[in-house]
Design a protein around this ligand. Sequence first.
Ligand code: GAL
Length: 402
Amino acid sequence: MKKQLVALVMAGAMAFGLVGCGGSGSVASSEPAADAGSSADAEMSAAPSGSEGAGSAAASDGSGVQVGIVLPTKDEPRWIQDETRFGEILEQAGFTYQVLFSQGSSATEKANVETLVSNGVQVLILCPQDSAAAASTVDYAADNGATVISYDRLITGTDKLDYIVGFDSTSVGVAQGNYLIEQAGDTKGNPLYLYAGATTDENAFLFFEGAWQVLQPKIADGTFVIKNSSEAEALADTPELDRDQMSTILGQITTDWDFEVSKSKAEANLTAASAEDKGDVFILAPNDGTSRSIADVFAIDPDVTSYVITGQDAESASIQYIIDGKQSMTVLKDTRLLSQAAVDMATQILTDGQADTNAVYDNGAAEIPMYQMEVLSVTKDTMQEYIFDSEYYDAADFTGLE
Ligand code: GAL
């Protein structure tokens, strides 16, 4: 599967101003719809605590849900950020909507989509638990009249997917890899530990692909020495990995996007490594949750004298870790812009029948029109500008800032 950027179709691309002018006329309400109970059940069956539809709103008159949003889990702060942003924007846009969580289960995701379909959903914004498994769920929604948008995480293997809205995921990995390279400078023989996301998430492949693009020449020239993946080591001279090669490496270094898996994998890696494999180490961590788990393990190993570690998502806990010198960088994927772009897309679909895009992505079944956005690297140096000046977070909520 190959992503190709195409020429910007529309000057100015997405018209953010459209939000609020949607012609639906329905009134949003913070009260659940009379028929929304089953969705809460679907959600609660997998997540008994704290998941009874906070942030959800559906038609006050029970007439239907215009925009349905299904997010992967409440257990990662990343997706709570998205939920909060959606709530704010959809209330303002005047849509009837419902936000449901799949709690790490494709079956719950399917049940959530079935609920939304029975609630008359017109535009489904779906962030899949499993990129491939979601195809049949997309087909079901599409066959029942919904326009389906893949949100952030890619959905593969279906030509019934209408749109994708997301970031340039390969560039996330490039930013992470480049940061490690900058920090290594001209030194050679730096121990490198590689970690990746869940192999069920297509994005995890793109993140790794981007990182490998820039890291591989620096592995080949001896700047870095891989310490925790025999599979990556075996492919150290291969600049462009094919899908099978990437799968083999990811199979070894996956975190499953899970904090516990990340922690135990890092522990196992450090147990297997000799003192010479440690010292001043460099760690490719795919996102913030995994980064904090892995960093905590490296921080307490007496043979690790320093570590540089990447991240992604600008979770508030990781912003604090960066301030405290416990995480080195993160990649900001501004959830305000992402949720806004998704709602703009929904607005355009509901008013004009189609949405503006600026890229296409071949998901293995069809070329899917995509609205793609850029990411920003956040370090101690860029934090003020990208995080606080932009009001992504309030500096007052963090400690240790000068
Ligand atoms: C990815 C997403 C990342 C990260 C990860 C774990 O698909 O793009 O931002 O949050 O999932 O949930």
